[in-house]
Design a protein around this ligand. Structure first.
Ligand SMILES: [Zn+2]
Length: 370
């Protein structure tokens, strides 16, 4: 039974287990006394009665894991993924986490379990605003929220304080009032030019605002780094170049993985994709395909146009050749026979003239003589 419950993804079928089985399984998994399992669950308002669905077992596991600080079950053993996460996180000076990703499913537990060593090694912390702690406090007693949301809102503050003690999380009191989203946007606008920032939020509207802000800051000339006078005088031009900073918004998905929010400059729609080091305004796949199709059509149209032009040129060349041939045929042909004939005619003409002149001279001499 324990083996069956531990392995595999959550089952969609509403399989149920008795409360006794629940306590046995959890006690074995966490090496806890049955009474301790029951009291831990009771401390967040879970009273085991009769039977529970196997889906609820995962929520119970979360509760005990958060209470005892045992997150081994949420850690990924996938080394390439951990290396990728390291690459994704190390570029940022500050990583802010909004309220929703902390309580959506068990994704935050996966994320912190995998990010813990990376954050320690890179000397970085996750920043959680005091406002988030207040929101969690408000959610845990809200009867309109689902049971899992209320339970998670109850146990997460303990987890965040536990992580703060371990140096993974910093709970920041920024003295904000009003809407948390506005505050975050203002905060990012004021420090975005001097730091690399990441925001983890499930809120699409807030994500779009931050992507737009990042785009705006990228367009503005960056501030020159403050250098002492001697560095300004003797330092290289490279050292004095403006420093550009990145601002990225991600959401948490299954297994605590990060998906970055992008805005398509063509259709203005936001979408989530792999976290890549680039600007936040990137064509969405639909617009990319449309653009490629348009390009292909343009290429085909250009090819067709060029083909028509080639054909036109070919027929023009052909016509020219034919005209030249016709002209060639019309030209008088100078043959040897024709030249001889012409010379003979010329000779006869000259001879006739000479004869006429001689006759005339003879007549004249005759007249004089007479
Ligand atoms: Zn688009």
């Amino acid at each position: 039974m324990a083996k069956l419950l531990r392995k595999g993804p959550p089952q969609r079928r509403k399989a149920t287990v008795t409360s006794n089985d629940v306590v046995d399984v959890l006690g074995a998994e966490f090496r806890m006394q049955k009474e301790k399992v029951l009291s831990t669950l009771r401390s967040v308002g879970i009273n085991l009665e009769g039977s529970s669905s196997t889906e609820e077992m995962d929520l119970y596991r979360e509760v005990i894991a958060c209470k005892v600080g045992d997150f081994t079950r949420f850690k990924s053993g996938n080394e390439p993924y951990l290396a990728k996460l390291d690459e994704q996180l190390r570029a940022f000076d500050e990583i802010y986490v909004d309220t929703a990703p902390i309580i959506q499913e068990d994704w935050f537990l996966h994320f912190v379990s995998n990010a813990e060593l990376i954050l320690k090694r890179r000397k970085k912390k996750l920043l959680v605003l005091e406002k988030t702690m207040e929101e969690l406090h408000g959610l845990k007693d809200n009867p309109e929220k689902d049971k899992d949301v209320r339970v998670r809102s109850t146990i997460r503050p303990d987890l965040l304080r536990f992580l703060a003690r371990k140096g993974i999380v910093r709970i920041g009191d920024t003295g904000s009032t009003g809407i948390a989203d506005d505050h975050l946007v203002e905060l990012f606008a004021s420090i975005g030019n001097s730091k690399n920032l990441m925001l983890i939020t499930q809120d699409r509207e807030l994500s779009e605002r931050i992507v737009a802000l990042a785009h705006k800051l990228e367009q503005e000339p960056s501030e020159l780094p403050k250098l002492p006078w001697w560095k300004k005088l003797f330092g290289s031009a490279e050292g004095q170049a403006p420093v550009s900073h990145r601002m990225v918004v991600c959401k948490l998905v299954e297994e605590g993985k990060l998906k970055r929010c992008y805005v398509c400059p063509e259709c203005n729609e936001s979408y989530y994709d792999e976290l890549v080091d680039c600007e936040g305004f990137v064509l969405c796949s639909r617009c990319y395909i449309e653009l490629k199709e348009k390009e292909a059509k343009q290429v085909a149209a250009n090819d067709l146009k060029r083909e028509l032009e080639l054909k036109k040129e070919e027929s023009r060349q052909k016509r020219l050749r034919e005209e030249a041939l016709e002209k060639e045929q019309e030209k008088p042909v100078f043959t040897v026979a024709k030249a001889l004939e012409r010379r003979r005619k010329k000779f006869l003409l000259v001879f006739s003239l000479v004869v006429v002149i001689v006759i005339l001279l003879a007549i004249e001499i005759y007249i004089i003589a007479v």
